[in-house]
Ligand binder design. Structure first.
Ligand SMILES: Cc1ncc(C[n+]2csc(CCOP(=O)(O)OP(=O)(O)O)c2C)c(N)n1
Length: 551
């Protein structure tokens, strides 16, 4: 046995089902050892796509997704998804080759200091110095990646270490889990005191609430207290948007409907909120709301996030303890009704809007119509994310996935492949701008080859739309954002996939349904190109600017 075999044994012991990546000369033995295991190696067409696949795998399972690359250029290509995972609190383990220990100390072909390059974008980055270190180092990489607050970890395996014969007796270490603590009764009592003096409390559910599966406890507490609940973009779905207490999502660049719920709030109960999700200045600009911070770890310091009480521990048990300490219902002046009406009206107007190119609201409404409650939508970064995040009603956690920590373009298409592997049988839809689509269009080949069902809805505006929007807003004009596009139907067909082009508003919904059905019944791969009318972008920001609260 050589080190490569031991690494694979350790991955199996961690429960790894997939490794995403591209091999290189320096890790062929690892790839070969994977082939002899029960782990499925998904060969991708870009290492960056492999890192996004591992990230979405980690996001949906809570267990680290694994991506792999060769040394130097391959490893560097993994970095965007690795950084995205860390900033999006998602467990991921990146494994790459490195030049052998026999030459790493000198100027030598393809050497760069990978550990130093990965250190700032991971929770831990290390070089594996010997076969003997493998069981401990792989176990630690997974443990650190998966422990709250989760993120990426990195291991570099030198070529000569990977090939080394291993001494007898080396085996994977047993996997242990880190269990959350019980909330401190004295902190719960302090929180109860703050709530007793509050006239307008509001609840904010963030990404941590999704990861820690606090949805059921959240629902119980909100119904008991009868207070409004907003989610972050990453929290979407942890509280169902069709519940009467749901305000929708906060995080949009302007004062959106849900933000009005915070205008009068004097106490914000923040459950699993991480400040990287969006700047708390958006919900507490005047710093007059006190924060009850409920999470597995202490809050980051921010002047707009004044923590009156921090409770660290299991989120569901903390919410239950708060419910026992404060029976409710609580009085609150913030009203959900007006916010909910505004959201519903905007979506309803969109549903009936027959213009071509399509109104963004129409695309969101039809997407919601085509995807069932458990179906997973991945919305890429751009204006498309803004429309989906604020308007797409979400009913279950992890069914509307966005990148709002690093806000990277390009993750949604490769991520959709991982989502389909994790949840075969569930609908999966990648919703991407035409800019982001061409960043990872090559993974359509991966989907076709590996028979992974994939449906991609491309919002076509021939521009980096979000940047055009921002330039128009702040500069009054735009430049260097417009581009041309290929024929998306022919492009899809050239990969052996189906291509659809939406030519009228009424065509979108039946096309979405047909493509999703093709994915379900035949593991089909489809690309739908849908022209959108981004004149709505400025209209939206103008309208929100004119909206007067509080309500
Ligand atoms: C990898 C990466 N590059 C650049 C950006 C900056 N950026 C954010 S949104 C955006 C435009 C996205 O364009 P497109 O994918 O066409 O979507 P649209 O905004 O038109 O909906 C850009 C360039 C980013 N977030 N990530």
């Amino acid at each position: 046995m050589i080190t490569a075999d031991l690494i694979v044994q350790c991955l199996e012991a961690e429960g790894v089902k997939f490794v995403f990546g591209i091999p290189g000369e320096e890790n062929i033995r690892l790839i070969d050892a994977l082939e002899r295991s029960d782990i499925r190696y998904i060969l991708t067409r870009h290492e960056q796509a492999a890192s996004f696949m591992a990230e979405i795998h980690g996001r949906l399972t809570g267990a680290a997704g694994v991506c792999s690359a060769t040394l130097g250029p391959g490893a560097i290509n993994l970095q965007l998804g690795v950084a995205d995972a860390t900033t999006n609190s998602t467990p991921l383990v990146a494994l790459t080759a490195q030049v052998g220990l026999g030459r790493i100390y000198k100027e030598t072909h393809q050497v760069v200091d990978l550990v130093s390059m990965f250190a700032p974008i991971t929770k831990a980055a290390d070089l594996v110095p010997s076969a003997a270190a493998v069981p401990e180092m792989v176990r630690r990489a997974f443990k650190v990646a998966q422990t709250e607050r989760p993120g990426a970890t990195y291991l570099a395996v030198p070529e000569d270490v990977e090939q080394a014969e291993i001494p007898d007796g080396l085996a994977p270490l047993p996997v242990n889990r880190v269990y959350p603590e019980e909330p401190s009764p004295s902190q719960v009592a302090r929180a109860a005191q703050v709530l007793a003096g509050s006239r307008a409390p509001i609840l904010l559910a963030g990404h941590g609430a999704v990861r820690c599966e606090a949805g059921a406890a959240l629902l119980d507490l909100v119904e008991q207290w009868d207070i409004p609940v907003a989610t972050t973009f990453h929290g979407k779905g942890v509280f169902p948007d069709d519940h009467p207490n749901a305000l929708g999502a906060v995080g949009f660049m302007r004062h959106d409907y849900a933000n009005f719920g915070f205008d009068k709030a004097d106490v914000i109960v923040a459950v699993g909120y991480e400040l990287q999700e969006f700047d708390p200045v958006k919900i507490n600009p005047d710093r007059n709301a006190e924060i009850i911070h409920v999470h597995r770890f202490p809050a980051e310091v921010d002047e707009h996030y004044p923590v009156a009480v921090g409770i660290e521990g299991d989120l569901s048990r903390t919410l239950a303890a708060l419910g026992e300490a404060v029976p409710g219902p609580l009085k609150h002046e913030a009203r959900t009704t007006k916010t909910r009406e505004l959201l519903a009206e905007e979506l309803e107007r969109g549903r009936k809007d027959d213009r071509f190119p399509l109104a963004p609201q129409r695309v969101v409404a039809d997407t919601r119509e085509a995807v069932d409650r458990e179906g997973i939508v991945l919305a890429d970064t751009g204006a498309v994310k803004m429309w989906m995040a604020r308007l797409y009603p979400t009913y279950a956690p992890n069914t509307c996935l966005l990148s709002n920590g690093l806000s990277t373009m390009g993750f949604a298409l490769p991520g959709a492949l991982a989502a389909a592997l994790v949840h075969p049988g569930r609908q999966v839809l990648a919703v991407v701008g035409d800019g982001a689509f061409l960043m990872h269009v090559q993974e359509i080949e991966t989907a076709v080859r590996e028979r992974i069902p994939l449906t991609v809805l491309v919002w076509v505006d021939d521009s980096y739309g979000l940047i055009e929007w921002k330039m128009d807003l702040e500069l009054g004009h735009h430049n260097n954002v417009r581009f041309g596009n290929p024929d998306f139907v022919k492009l899809a067909e050239s990969f052996g996939a189906r291509g659809y082009s939406v030519g009228a508003a009424g065509e979108l919904l039946p096309t979405l349904r047909e493509a999703l059905e093709h994915a379900r019944t035949e593991q089909g791969v489809s690309v739908i190109s849908c022209p959108v009318d981004y004149a709505e972008n400025l209209r939206l920001t103008d309208r929100l600017g004119d909206l007067q609260g509080p309500f």
